[in-house]
Ligand binder design. Sequence first.
Ligand code: PHE
Ligand code: NA
Length: 433
Amino acid sequence: MERETWATRIGFILAAVGSAVGLGNIWRFPFQVGQNGGSAFLIMYLACVLLIGIPAILVEFVIGRRSQRNPIGAFHALGKSRFRAIGAVCVVTGFVILSYYTVVAGWVLRYIGGSATGAYFGSEEAYFLEIATGYDAVVLHAVFLAVTVGIVMLGIKRGIELAVKAMVPAIALLLAGLAVYALTLDGVVDGYRYYLSPDFATLAAEWTTILPAAVGQALFTLSLGMGVMITYASYVGEDQSLLVDSGSIALLDTVIAFLSGLILFPILFTIDATPGDGGAGEFFIGVGGAFADIPLGTIVGVVFFVTLAVAALSSAISILEVIVSYFIDEFGFDRRVATFGVGVIVFVAGIPAALDMGTFEVYDQVTGELLLPLGMFLLVLFVAWVVPEESLDELLKGRSGSNLDVFWLWWVRTVVTVAVGLTLVLSVYGFAV
Ligand code: PHE
Ligand code: NA
């Protein structure tokens, strides 16, 4: 059977943006800012997206478009089967990320209802602890996964591309609306100050911890290190400029993350909550506490969590597609069968995370801090030293050549390799102690 392609270039870009924009922008980014020194982190993060994120997107893009394959099959198609273990790391990472990402998304679904009825108002912490693990968490994990499976089953053009064309503009509009609303809050001045006033002193003093956190967040937020961008680029048929596309994708993802900060910090400062006290749960508890308190909290809460759910969905479909494309390309599975089967396995894999908070945190840390940097590091080494010529050639298609391409390769070999490698080392070290 003929392999599918995107119907339009904008469809491909929106799918990649849909993958990028997710819980990472709205849930993870603000608490990373909070834990890593506020505006100091923001500066480092922006630098990482520009200097490491964009070149790294291109690393995945050239592999995908060149091979027209899933992340494992790509190595074979490039005549480098020896390196296919790199692709296996990607697919395994995809399994783990998806299985707990849909658990968080399940919490988000629950919070849509909880905001509408005010169920958590006044008892934010008890509410989170009650819903985060157990029977309900498993059920909502299944519900969210079922929707994800439903879209991916429909294929590239009729499933993913159609879905993201509706979802991505909706996310942007809803967030813009929320940012305008945040301007009316009492906490806007303090929130903006905390978020935006440049803090070079903290940056200079703590860069050794801020740097790996910023690189890690840049990879996570751009969906890098597990083959999403390889897979999505493998459905690009024509020779469009990957360079331009990577820039657009990174820009849109950054705008969305930035907007989330403009919403969340005023909200948190309005109720005098300190940003960044903790991770996953603290976010829901803190934000929930704010919605219980601020004007129009019920409506704003519903809109906020609906936006978050849509953003999570457009990311979840991209992770599922990585795994599904592997089974279709390599074993000739029917798409519907492959999608359903993978969905069932991911559901089972997510159950431990949905039952126990400690297990959940292990899933999150092992993928975010270890597997994604590892996958990205291996992909970078592969492009930079195993297939540099082919990669350059692929990058040149669809546009006239320039010194920029040669510069990209040099940059990947030096700065990107060192930064991602250093992040990996520091993360491993962080796990060891
Ligand atoms: N980029 C997504 C987000 O910001 C998360 C993600 C990571 C998606 C890795 C796919 C692969 O939420
Ligand atoms: Na993101």
